[in-house]
Design a protein around this ligand. Structure first.
Ligand code: UCC
Ligand code: FAD
Length: 583
């Protein structure tokens, strides 16, 4: 036996079975919903051929760069060999390729060229959706770059930001700039108004010097940044709170000796995920800056950036879900257990189908917000659209951020033990998903933003929401297969309206406790309506109907369910606190 080579295991043989790995195929061609959505709303050959070609490039070239970014993370070199402080953030060649590619493919530019009119944002975000999971997190600097361009455009493109604007929105790699967004300081990332200590000292030429410490600054190899600071008066005094914050523009540049001007990079963060991208702590030590907002209007002026980055965040969340589903369904054709491929185990396919329903819901919600953004930017928005965009931006960000973690985590399990193995590239998807609910506003902070936005509009925002959600159901009135889904959304809308009426009669703390459940309800009901609307489109497939039905089996209005259970009654906060601190 031995001599004949029959021993299946020996030093030279480790067995003959090797599992085939999941294969990433063209993410555009693999995504029936994306193509269906675009066929319905943007049936332009130019967009299709560009997305198809880009999808091919992502699968065959870009994905490997993304992996290289992960395995060659950025590092900080404080000193040159001769002891001079240089604070160089050294990034991989792949990270630099991503920058060039982003310019060439117009990943920011498309939003400003507006070649597809009101659908330009949908087109841009579709491209980013294909790119995101393979981008090595380059979508992060792109989000901030887009946000900075939006702020500059909304303030008015003129000196000193005209050059920056043209660089942020160019397709020429050698001119392309990225921007940072430096808001968070050690005392507070959510409560920016109390947490910002950075001061801006006026200079005789009208500019300012910034002195402060920025605790989280991502993609710190950026060429410029937008940031917040308090202007000092002649006595050195500043105004506390949000009303004391102004918005500043600063370029990140170096002197002849290669030293950063007015900035010291203290260290790079050691992070759970997003390791492909540098996130630094920065000492601002006299950074030259220009004020962009009126004094004290910093938060309101950076809000446009928040809108854009939160939408990008949501695109990345939906994209992470889509990617894990694509890989998992491919793997299910290649892996066998108990005598048959995983795809022939109904329980396994049920698990993937549930992930698919979540992914479809997230996609339609995200794209609808992109649609609204596109309408606003092309001057087509009605007041209803404007209200919806304001309300749904925090809603889509907070909801998809949480969905992404759940779906990607489930997705990893569908690869069994291999889903936990680092060099498959799969664990990085989960690590990177975890940040989506933290940065750009945590779930609770955005839930409170939703509440404020509803409260400040004296009912108009909520009215716009209910009106539009109902109009999305209109096409389904004669489609019997969708009847259970339509019924579920209609009754959830009634429950929502009842909740709002009751909540209006309660003390303010009541609504605060309900904020997260309210935001989830808004997300689930609206998504249900979008899935139904899409399933009614003449080009829809039976799977579109099935996805709508499955989605609407969720508790669409958890805020009403929990209200009925007394979850927001004044008795609950002390009970919650006692429970949390029970020893
Ligand atoms: O995390 C960060 C970067 C990560 C990297 C980029 C990733 C991008 C995605 C990539 C995908 C891969 S940067 C840091 C982000 N930080 C935050 O998001 C802060 C979270 N905290 C909040 O959002 C808070 O709600 C604050 C800071 C906005 C609260 O401040 P205030 O001053 O207490 O807020 P107020 O009083 O509610 O708002 C002040 C003004 C008001 O306008 P006026 O004065 O005209 O009434 C608000 O209406 O700002 C306006 N405003 C808004 N407007 C506030 N929030 C908004 C908003 N979201 N939209 C429009
Ligand atoms: P805190 O504000 O201390 O929040 C802690 C907890 O308290 C959270 O769960 C929050 O939801 C909760 N909480 C806070 N207030 C309330 C409330 N009123 N009611 C109920 N719950 C509440 N920031 C930048 O400015 N620029 C960047 O480039 C950047 N990059 C980042 C990169 C990474 C990888 C990470 C992790 C963060 C980055 N951040 C950046 C910072 C990020 O925006 C903040 O961490 C985030 O906004 C939360 O702020 P915080 O860390 O101070 O948390």
């Amino acid at each position: 036996w031995e001599a004949a080579g029959y021993l299946p295991f020996s030093r030279a043989k480790i067995g003959s079975f090797f599992q085939e790995r999941p294969v990433l195929k063209n993410p555009f061609l693999e995504d029936a919903l994306l193509r269906g959505y675009l066929r319905r709303h943007l049936p332009q050959e130019a967009a299709f051929s560009d997305l198809c070609a880009f999808g091919e490039r992502v699968a065959n070239e870009v994905d490997d760069w993304g992996r290289e970014c992960e395995v060659t993370p950025p590092r900080l070199v404080h000193f040159d060999p001769w002891g001079r402080r240089v604070d160089h953030i050294v990034t991989s060649p792949a990270w630099k390729h991503m920058k060039d590619l982003s310019a060439q493919e117009g990943l920011v530019a498309i939003g400003y060229e507006r070649s597809f009119g009101e659908w330009s944002r949908v087109y841009q975000m579709s491209k980013l959706y294909i790119f995101s999971p393979s981008s090595g997190l380059y979508t992060c600097p792109l989000a901030m770059t887009d946000g900075a361009a939006k702020v500059i455009q909304s303030i008015g493109v003129s000196w000193p930001t005209d050059e920056a604007y043209s660089r942020l929105t160019t397709r020429q790699p050698d001119r392309f700039w990225t921007s940072g967004q430096w808001m968070t300081e050690r005392q507070g990332g959510s409560d920016v108004g109390s947490g910002t200590e950075t001061v801006a000292v006026p200079q005789t030429d009208g500019s300012y010097k910034l002195h402060g410490f920025k605790w989280f600054t991502s993609a710190t190899d950026a060429d410029m940044t937008l940031t917040l600071a308090r202007i000092q008066d002649r006595t050195g005094a500043t105004t506390p709170g949000s009303r004391g914050l102004s918005l500043f523009y600063a370029e990140v540049s170096r002197d002849e000796e290669g030293r950063l001007k007015g900035i010291e990079v203290q260290r790079l963060k050691d992070k759970l995920g997003t390791r492909q991208m540098p996130t630094a702590e920065l000492l601002l030590d006299g950074l030259q800056a220009h004020r962009l907002s009126e004094e004290g209007r910093g938060v309101a002026s950076i809000a446009n950036m928040l809108t854009i980055t939160r939408i990008h965040n949501s695109v990345s969340a939906a994209a992470a879900m889509r990617r894990v589903v694509q890989l998992a369904r491919d793997y299910a054709t290649r892996r066998s257990a108990f005598g048959k491929p995983l795809k022939d185990h109904p329980l396994h396919i049920q698990t993937l189908a549930r992930m698919e329903v979540e992914t479809r819901g997230a996609f339609l919600l995200v794209m609808d917000v992109c649609r609204l953004l596109g309408r606003e930017e092309s001057g087509m928005a009605t007041q209803l659209d404007t209200h919806l965009l304001r309300l749904l931006t925090p809603v889509v960000k907070l909801y998809t951020g949480k969905q992404a973690v759940a779906v990607v985590s489930e997705g990893l399990e569908s690869f069994g033990g291999q889903g936990y193995i680092e060099d498959t590239g799969l664990p990085g998807l989960l690590r990177d998903a975890q940040v989506l609910s933290i940065w750009e506003g945590t779930t609770n902070v955005l839930s409170l933003d939703v509440l404020r936005c509803v409260a400040r509009s004296s009912g108009m925002v909520l009215h716009a929401y209910v009106t539009h959600a109902k109009s999305l159901l209109a096409g389904a009135s004669s489609v019997s297969s969708l009847a259970p889904a339509v019924k579920a959304v209609n009754s959830a809308l009634s429950e929502l309206e009842d909740f709002v009426q009751v909540a209006a009669t309660r003390a303010p703390g009541y609504l605060e406790l309900a904020a997260r459940d309210l935001a989830y309800s808004l997300a689930r009901i609206y998504t249900g309506a979008l899935l139904i609307d899409h399933a009614c489109w003449k080009g829809a497939s039976p799977s579109d109907t099935y996805a709508a039905l499955r989605w609407c089996e969720h508790d669409l209005c958890p805020v009403a369910t929990k209200q009925a259970r007394g979850c927001y009654d004044p008795s609950t906060p002390p009970l919650d606190a006692a429970l949390v601190y029970d020893r």
